[in-house]
Design a protein around this ligand. Structure first.
Ligand SMILES: [Zn+2]
Length: 314
């Protein structure tokens, strides 16, 4: 797939994609089928049990139920899907607007702890452009959330999504790392998608006792000991930690319901902070607007100036 899909039209995947893996918290096997979807479907989960649909859950921040260890979305009947962030990051990162995600479990498989297996699977089938113009959530005003020494803010930006993520861990293995990008499918694929999730060995026992992280192991998590990385292969790149936080931010901000035109910056952030910033933005209906690219006869008529088509209020 090329980068030409950074464009004025909505997209979906070209064919069904089936992915098999393990849930990092349940340790149970999971199958996910990504289906192409019509314009304005957005990204949505369909949960099945023995072949029957039990719930349909749009991947939107209003459906977030829990953010303690991973992002959990759910409906009012108590059906939930956990660990949605790395799959949503792959879809948003590759600028896929519409996809129905069929899942037969309560948790998206962890794969190798990054978005790369999902990106590779999507790249294998390719992306299809639809006739409908792409709709964006354009940030008009800066909103900021501070919690202790962590903060995140989302403000206006000329086009696309600019991410500036800084982490600061007391562990000398991680320390302070900062990275900033204008996100595009190429940047996501090359700079972000491969970065794996990470955790401290000191936390693992506590999580296991709580019945969590049962599927976490060195094939899907970078494990940090007191003074070294426990994985024999080491890091995929020296800034893998901050790149993964960037990946998480793409997934969490992907819950906006539309691609964002804005600049996001965070210090010592994570899923919780990312979602709180997005929630705060959406609550202030003067802080954003839905805009769309003008209808175009031929694809690849970039660059365009999005026109405001609707005030906030979705
Ligand atoms: Zn993550």
């Amino acid at each position: 797939m090329s980068n030409r899909f950074i464009g004025a039209r909505q997209t979906t995947i070209a064919r069904d994609i089936e992915v098999h893996g393990t849930g990092v918290h349940s340790g149970a096997p999971v199958s996910v089928i990504l289906h192409p979807a019509a314009a304005d479907t957005g990204l949505r989960f369909i949960v099945t049990k023995r072949g029957r649909i039990t719930a349909e859950i749009p991947a939107k921040v209003c459906n977030v139920k829990n953010l303690t260890l991973c992002t959990v979305i759910g409906n009012d009947e108590g059906v939930t899907v956990s660990t949605v962030e790395h799959l949503l990051a792959a879809l948003r990162g590759l600028h896929i607007d519409n996809c129905v995600i069929e899942i037969d479990s309560k948790e998206v498989p962890i794969m190798d702890g990054s978005s790369k297996p999902f990106v590779d699977a999507i790249d294998e089938v390719g992306v299809r452009e639809l006739a409908a113009p792409r709709r964006f959530l354009k940030v008009l005003k800066t909103v900021r959330v501070e919690e202790g020494d962590c903060w995140g803010e989302l403000g206006p930006h000329s086009s696309g999504l600019h991410l500036d993520v800084e982490i600061d861990f007391p562990s000398p293995i991680i320390g302070r790392q900062r990275m900033a990008f204008e996100m595009s499918p190429g940047v996501f694929r090359n700079e972000v998608a491969h970065a794996r999730t990470f955790g401290f060995m000191s936390d693992v026992e506590r999580l296991w006792k709580a019945g969590l992280a049962l599927g976490a192991n060195l094939t899907n998590t970078v494990a940090i000991g007191d003074d070294r990385i426990m994985n024999r292969e080491g890091l995929r790149d020296p800034q893998e930690f901050v790149r993964h936080k960037m990946l998480d931010a793409v997934g969490d901000l992907g819950l906006a319901g539309h691609p964002i035109i804005g600049a996001y910056r965070s210090l010592r952030g994570g899923h919780r902070l990312n979602s709180l910033v997005l929630q705060k933005l959406l609550e202030d209906t003067t802080a954003w607007a839905i805009v769309q690219a003008p209808r175009v006869r031929e694809p690849r008529t970039l660059p365009f100036e999005p026109a405001v088509v609707a005030a906030a209020g979705e």
